[in-house]
Design a protein around this ligand. Structure first.
Ligand code: SAM
Length: 366
């Protein structure tokens, strides 16, 4: 991953979103070259790639939780104590580490020797502890950059050491927390989706300028917000059966704050099985179906899923796209199969709020 003038990076995503993140990278940076996917247990997916040019644009990626300069990617660690010596050599003398640190410093432009902090994670069985890994990296940095000063919090450079089974990935973090917490929603409700997962769902709808976009079960409006951020649209429609959620979504969406044209973004209280929308009037749908403990007492999941899918088959225009997220994967498949106008194109397994769920991409047949 070190060809000509390209720089190596990796993105950290919610688990399973890394494949969708690659679609976003490829779309926004056509010269980017794929490297590999990896994962940090149930915590994160990783996407390794390289590209040339200014890294600043990477901070606008919506499906990523964090962006890093890739400093080390070594897939053949032994898991034995000799790894600690290997890590020392890779960090204190390795060319890849030096190149990544130089790229980072060119981007950061510190006025003097920078402050830094080491963050470590370790998954799997090894003959050393996580703290031994962290100490090995720390000592190697002290050897290589004696003028840099270590700090406990903050720091201009965050060096992340990930020991993922027998793969070592070390990165220098380009993003800060504002990428993950990209907007302060006024009202945050339980079961609201991570913005990066909502962004991944929106991306799969292939946003276009003429879109009438719908989230029929919008909760506090995370998916609607991501659609608004994804580019021009004709109309964004959302609704929820619960009035508290309708109020929350209205408060979270920009139209109420900035007084945009009132009919561009509409949020209403409704039942997703009986939408007040004309046949074929919607082009794209993305929604996060309630599952398990999110259901209120007495609600029948199968009836809710089937009724909603039947209604979506009616309101979505032929050729339109529906993206659904649920951890009731079999139920979604079963309900889609019963709708002759709907067809599952593909699915991505993702972890949301500690549960594995599946994002389905469904087409409305002509
Ligand atoms: C998993 S939450 C969606 C969360 C949303 N994506 C967010 O980020 O805030 C599912 C939503 O479906 C709503 N819901 C349940 N049954 C519904 C129905 N029949 N019609 C419309 N909304 C419904 C719930 O009130 C809940 O807000």
């Amino acid at each position: 991953m070190t060809a000509n003038t390209a720089t190596s990076y990796y993105l950290q995503t919610m688990p399973g979103v890394e494949e969708i993140a690659w679609l976003e990278v490829r779309r926004k940076f056509p010269d980017a070259r794929f490297g590999a996917y990896s994962f940090a247990k149930d915590q994160n997916g990783l996407l390794l790639f390289e590209m040339s040019g200014d890294p600043g644009g990477l901070l606008d990626l919506r499906t990523a939780e964090d962006v890093f300069f890739l400093a080390i990617n070594e897939e053949r660690m032994t898991r034995g104590r000799q790894d600690l010596q290997t890590i020392n050599e890779l960090v204190s003398r390795g060319e890849d580490f030096g190149r990544a640190a130089n790229s980072f410093l060119r981007h950061l432009k510190p006025s003097g020797p920078p402050t830094y902090r080491v963050i470590s994670r370790k998954y799997g069985q090894h003959q050393y502890r996580r703290i031994d890994l962290e100490t090995a990296v720390l000592r190697a940095i002290q050897q290589r950059y004696p003028r840099w000063s270590e700090v406990e919090d903050g720091g201009q450079i965050e060096i992340w050491a990930n020991m993922l089974g027998s793969q070592l990935i070390v990165g220098l973090r380009l993003s800060d927390r504002s990428m993950r917490h990209r907007y302060q929603k006024r009202v945050e409700l339980p079961a609201s989706l991570r913005p990066s997962v909502a962004a991944a769902m929106v991306l799969l709808t292939e946003p276009e300028e003429g879109d009438v976009f719908l989230d029929p079960m919008c909760g506090s409006g995370t998916i609607l917000l991501e659609r608004i951020n994804a580019g021009p649209y004709h109309q964004v429609l959302g609704g929820d059966v619960e009035d508290t959620r309708v109020t929350a979504a209205r408060q979270n969406l920009p139209q109420q704050r900035k007084g945009r044209k009132a009919d561009k973004i509409i949020v209403r209280q409704w039942d997703s099985r009986q939408l007040p929308l004309d046949d074929g009037s919607v082009h794209k749908v993305a929604t996060n179906l309630p599952f398990g403990r999110q259901l209120s007492a007495g609600q029948n999941l199968e009836a809710l899923y089937q009724g909603t899918l039947h209604e979506l088959a009616r309101v979505v225009h032929p050729g339109g796209k529906i993206v659904l997220l649920s951890s009731e994967y079999d139920l979604v498949k079963q309900c889609v199969r019963r709708e002759e106008k709907l067809n599952i194109l593909t699915g991505y397994s993702v972890a949301v709020l500690g549960h594995w769920g599946r994002i389905y991409l469904i087409e409305r047949l002509s």
